[in-house]
Design a protein around this ligand. Structure first.
Ligand SMILES: Cc1ncc(COP(=O)(O)O)c(C=O)c1O
Length: 381
């Protein structure tokens, strides 16, 4: 039995996505920049995909640019806006994905910007008053705050943060990799400049995604080269991936709220099962109704078994991911868990869910956890 509970890392392809990509892989080999009919067919597929995506996320087709995924889009938004808008100060949080954090830290280390970190509380929630103070002291800042945290599931309101940023004439970028394909967006009505998407987080292919650039912003390309993507991203387009991305978006939006309810119910069920069967279990980050319904970060009490916990889960056929708060020795640990002061002596494991998970998967996982911790009924670990 194989149980995959690491869907925040990546998700399996939806068979419908494979079906949509196959004919392109098999016969649409044209270069979209070629002017002959074989090239024009490839171009049509890309523009069809762009239109579908723009409609689904509520923006204009001219605001969507295909990229190799979330990391490239984050780099593009951050590096190009800092360069082109002559931004001297950026604000981010200590719980961002490394694609944002390392990019901004590098720019700060090279003296290109001054970087401020906004405070977060023990659940990873942004201190909005602190954000406002930072903006008041540095108007026209770039603010990069992720929509949902990939490790602990804490979510920000794009509207609330966007309104604050705009009050101080700032540029607002949000890494939306964990929410695109999982939540509805209406970008034309959101006070935001840049968001991004990675297809592999919602049953699409790896190595493809997009950046949304609000039409108000004119930035130069991050990858220079050919005139692809209306001169905004050099390199022959990943047509197979782009078709797969569009299909994955279409499927995700077909019954998004039912799916969110079902997957969210699995998360709630796992919380209840763990609380019932594993004494002293805690949860890192936000587990409220407002949190990311696909992610549950569990903190198991101190135990000598903890060091081997992920390995033990793996040999029992359960794939989950670790994020220790520890920063000693060779283990660097999770910067997110350290930022929220999670207890490094406990075992912190992220379980993340998708539409392919079932209640049986949760029951099996909890029963294996009981075995691993040698829990007999009512005995604690
Ligand atoms: C929040 C967040 N941002 C960015 C990325 C990177 O996306 P990609 O793998 O498409 O480069 C990930 C994926 O791990 C993520 O979870």
């Amino acid at each position: 039995m194989q149980i995959y509970l690491d869907n925040a890392a990546t998700t399996p392809l939806d068979p419908e996505v494979v079906e949509a990509m196959l004919p392109i892989l098999q016969s649409q080999f044209g270069n979209p920049s070629s002017i002959h009919s074989i090239g024009r067919i490839a171009r049509t597929e890309i523009e069809k995909a762009r239109k579908l995506i723009a409609n689904l996320v509520g923006c204009s087709t001219s605001e969507i640019f295909f990229t190799s995924g979330g990391t490239e889009a984050n780099n593009m938004a951050i590096r190009s806006s800092i360069e082109d808008f002559k931004i001297q100060h950026a604000i981010t949080s200590p719980t961002e994905h490394h694609a944002v954090l390392h990019t901004l830290e590098e720019l700060a280390a090279h003296g290109k910007i001054k970087l401020s970190l906004v405070s977060v509380d023990e659940k990873g929630r942004i201190d909005l008053e602190h954000l406002e103070t930072l903006l008041r002291d540095n108007s026209r800042s770039l603010v990069s705050l992720m929509h949902a945290n990939n490790e602990i599931g804490t979510i920000i309101s794009l509207h609330e943060v966007g309104d604050i940023v705009k009050k101080y004439d700032g540029i607002f970028h949000s890494d939306t990799v964990q929410t695109m394909g999982h939540y509805p967006f209406k970008l034309s009505e959101t006070p935001i400049d840049f968001v991004n998407c990675a297809a592999h987080k919602f049953h699409g292919p790896k190595g493809v995604g997009f950046i949304y650039i609000n039409a108000k912003n004119k930035i130069s390309p991050f990858i220079t080269g050919g005139a692809q993507e209306r001169n905004m991203r050099g390199g022959t387009e990943n047509i197979y991936g782009i078709v797969g991305l569009a299909k994955a978006m279409e499927i995700a939006h077909r019954n998004m709220s039912e799916q969110a309810y079902d997957v969210g119910s699995l998360k709630d069920y796992m919380i209840a099962q763990l609380q019932e069967h594993i004494h002293g279990v805690l949860f890192n980050g936000d587990i409220s109704k407002d949190s990311l319904y696909t992610v549950l970060n569990v903190s198991f009490p101190e135990n000598e078994i903890n060091e081997m916990l992920l390995f033990n889960l793996d040999i029992n056929g359960i794939a989950a991911s670790g994020g220790s708060a520890c920063s000693s020795g060779s283990e660097i640990g999770s910067h997110v868990l350290r930022a929220i002061h999670a207890d490094g002596k406990r075992a912190n494991v992220r379980f993340s869910f998708s539409k392919y998970n079932t209640k049986d998967d949760i029951n099996f996982t909890v029963s294996k956890l009981k075995e691993i911790y040698h829990i007999t009924e009512k005995a604690s670990i």
